[in-house]
Write a protein that binds this ligand. Structure first.
Ligand SMILES: Cc1cc2nc3c(=O)[nH]c(=O)nc-3n(C[C@H](O)[C@H](O)[C@H](O)COP(=O)(O)O)c2cc1C
Ligand SMILES: C=C(O[C@@H]1CC(C(=O)O)=C[C@@H](OP(=O)(O)O)[C@H]1O)C(=O)O
Length: 390
């Protein structure tokens, strides 16, 4: 299974084509729209989210609500496009408008793709960079992830996520009993946090940052329950599933770090306190007393919940100007901007769920077949029985 995305932030639409989705999966626009709406919520976002109401159009690969095994094309329109038609070159520009509409962006923002992208592709107008480097693209990655989640759900695998930290405010309560509870509590929290007291403080931190013209980042966690044992492989570096998850998280705009299980903490602990003891019983087969490894050993799943965390840096576009250099005049300047998110960590946690779901669904299909959902389901059931009594 693979996918590509296309589309500019202020262009007409975003598109993704998913190839290799098995036949026989029930898939509706509502399921995808549900995930798109989750990504749009979240405290700290800018004015753009009031303009957009992301809705998917499934233009191929699905008939009567069931996948055909053919490529699935998904399209999400940008409502904001109507305000950008001239700037994006979709409408003619009158001579009087030329100067205004064609004014180039020559002032790169520290922390964004502007300068490196302009040098790489030779764009003297950095709009040509920012249109594509914008995290608007994560809309269709979430749409692709929604399809992956639907495949996983059909196989009894659940994906959830939550926010652990925003702007230095840490969630104290991070435990939950079931994935359904995790889902319910985070849906009700404006910052997708399990700890209501911390959530209040996080929102205050976002307000404070916004007032100061600043931005803040944070940490998100994705959990996956129900993965069979032994998905991925240790035999070749590029087949290690853990590494693929790491790359997927790092591919999200503004993500600067990734951790699996207790991750960085294991640097400070002896092996006896890190490795998860193995046990066996007739009902559950092989399980672990703890899950410090976050569901992975040797690049393969252990059958325990997968726990992946990602670090998001603060948003680069700041109302409080940082120093940079105009690429035309080479003069230093302090940037001024029109609109931006001040914190997008809650939204990014939904993106993180989506990219993790995609990698896991991809790995499942690689191992258990990818033509028909019913055959894949049977293969996994057989594998789970085999692994239990192994
Ligand atoms: C959901 C989401 C929303 C974002 N919103 C903004 C924004 O409003 N302004 C901004 O400058 N960056 C925003 N970013 C971050 C930039 O897209 C990102 O920093 C930029 O593409 C440079 O890439 P890098 O940070 O991965 O190096 C957002 C990221 C995500 C995941
Ligand atoms: C549009 C989205 O996020 C955008 C991501 C983004 C960036 O630079 O990454 C910059 C902002 O774009 P604009 O300048 O048009 O407001 C965000 O709104 C979205 O998440 O759907």
């Amino acid at each position: 299974m693979r996918y590509l995305t296309a589309g500019e932030s202020h262009g007409p639409q975003l598109t993704t084509i998913l190839e290799g989705v098995p036949a026989g999966l029930e898939l509706t626009a509502e399921q995808i729209n549900y995930e798109l709406a989750r990504r749009q919520k979240g405290y700290g976002r800018g004015r753009r989210m009031q303009i957009e109401k992301d809705q998917v159009l499934i233009t191929s690969g699905v008939r009567h609500g069931v996948t055909l095994g053919a490529p699935i094309a998904l399209v999400v329109e940008n409502n904001d496009f109507k305000h950008w038609r001239k700037i994006m070159g979709a409408d003619p520009i009158s001579p009087e408008e030329q100067e205004d509409v064609k004014r180039k962006i020559t002032r790169p923002r520290p922390g964004h793709a502007d300068l490196n992208g302009a040098i790489k592709y030779g764009h003297r107008d950095m709009r040509n960079v920012l249109e594509r480097s914008s995290a608007r693209e994560t809309t269709v990655r979430v749409a692709a992830g929604a399809v992956a989640k639907t495949i996983l759900a059909e196989l009894g695998i659940k994906v959830g996520g939550h926010v652990l930290e925003i702007g230095g405010v840490k969630a104290q309560k991070t435990q939950y009993n079931t994935m359904d509870e995790l889902q319910k509590v985070t849906e009700e929290s404006p910052v997708r946090c399990l700890d209501p007291e911390a959530a209040e403080k996080m929102m205050q931190a976002i307000d404070d940052a916004k007032k100061a013209g600043d931005s803040i980042g944070g940490i998100v966690e994705v959990i996956v329950e129900g993965m069979p044992i032994g998905v991925g492989s240790y035999v070749q570096y590029d087949r290690k599933l853990e590494a693929k998850l790491g790359a997927a998280i790092m591919s999200i705009n503004a993500f600067k770090g990734v951790e699996i299980g207790i991750g960085f903490e294991s640097a400070h602990l002896p092996g006896s306190q890190v490795h998860d003891e193995i046990q066996w019983d007739e009902v559950n087969g092989y399980t672990r007393r703890t899950n410090n490894a976050g569901g992975f050993e040797g690049g393969m799943t252990t059958g325990m919940p997968i726990v992946v965390r990602g670090v998001m840096k603060p948003i680069p576009t700041l109302y409080k100007p940082l120093e940079s250099v105009d690429i035309d005049t080479k003069e230093p300047f302090k940037a001024s901007i029109e609109r931006s998110d001040s914190c997008a960590v809650p939204a990014a946690s939904v993106v993180a769920e989506a990219v993790v779901a995609w990698e896991l669904a991809q790995a499942i299909l690689e191992q258990f077949g990818h033509d028909r959902m019913d055959a894949i389901k049977e293969n996994i059931q057989r594998h789970n029985e085999y692994a239990k009594d192994f």
